[in-house]
Design a protein around this ligand. Structure first.
Ligand code: AMP
Length: 283
């Protein structure tokens, strides 16, 4: 496994790989890797001849400086994990390497996609995500790129970006990996106390509760009931939304295939995000 810190070195290495006709699978991350990240890398390993992982805590997608400053960093452990699961290249650039005058990314109007949920709660967040993912795609030129459905809205935004700029990459959405308690794995969980970790299971319990109700009640009623149910947990609820998976519009009176419930809540100052598909997309 090769650890690369400059754009030039990475593109030179990957150019050689591509000249021999190898396919490239890419997993962008912000490090502090856990088994959820590893599941994306393993899938990339299964489906491609070359696997590239980036580790970069992208400042432009943080709208809160304390969240950025406190973002966990565990580079040595990350590299060890990536090596053990067969990653070929790890790209660990500095902020200057990604945002100097030689790098660029086009403007994009994300419209409604950045006006709801994470878009309205974290102004500028998705513009920052698009900015960095576009630059990474340009550099890596992957055949397939792997993203976790834990960040469900991010997957919608990335797909929209790929379509808008007609980028030759296939986006592969991957299921959320959870602790045995049901808590979605997240780098931010490293900052939770044991007590907060137990409390945070309330997010998963509320999603399960809502999914059950979705069989008999309409979306607006399920949402209200989930909000009430959530009150029994000592977490601060930011929002619960039940949305159409394609448009992200809130569902009120009727269900659509693939309807997803999204929750964001805080345990202390740690912001936790999760979601669950309530209505199967199949059949
Ligand atoms: P991050 O380092 O938080 O930017 O995450 C990098 C990628 O891993 C994103 O595509 C995330 O959606 C994905 N990811 C994060 N947590 C999980 C999880 N628990 N299960 C599956 N994928 C995840």
């Amino acid at each position: 496994m090769k650890v690369v810190t400059t754009r030039n070195e990475l593109s030179a290495s990957l150019k050689q790989e591509k000249q021999t006709g190898k396919t490239i699978g890419f997993v962008p991350t912000m490090g502090a890797l856990h088994p959820g990240h590893a599941s994306l890398v393993k899938r990339a390993r299964d489906e491609n001849q070359v696997v590239v992982v980036s580790i970069f805590v992208n400042p432009t997608q943080f709208n809160n400086t304390s969240d950025l400053d406190n973002y966990p960093k565990t580079l040595d452990a990350d590299l060890k994990l990536l090596k053990s699961i067969g990653c070929d290249y790890v790209f660990v650039p500095s902020a200057d390497e990604m945002y100097n005058s030689e790098t660029n990314s086009p403007q994009i109007d994300l419209g409604f996609l950045e006006q709801v949920m994470e878009g309205s709660s974290r102004p500028g967040h998705f513009q920052g995500v698009v900015q960095i993912v576009y630059r990474l795609f340009e550099l890596v030129r992957p055949d397939k790129a792997y993203f976790g459905l834990k960040d469900f809205q991010q997957v919608s935004v990335i797909r929209f970006m790929v379509k808008t700029f007609n980028l030759p990459v296939q986006i592969i959405p991957c299921e959320t990996l959870r602790e045995s308690s049901g808590l979605a794995m997240s780098s931010r969980n490293l900052r939770l106390t044991e007590m907060q970790k137990q409390d945070a299971v309330g997010i998963f319990s509320t999603l399960l509760h809502g999914k059950q109700l979705a069989q008999t009640s309409k979306p607006s009623e399920v949402k209200k009931d989930m909000e009430l149910f959530f009150q029994s947990f000592p977490l601060d609820l930011e929002y619960i939304e039940i949305v159409d998976p394609l448009t992200l519009e809130s569902l009120e009176d009727s269900w659509v295939k693939g309807a997803v419930a999204c929750i964001v809540a805080r345990a202390g100052e740690i912001r936790l995000i999760d979601n669950m598909e309530f209505i199967s997309n199949e059949g």
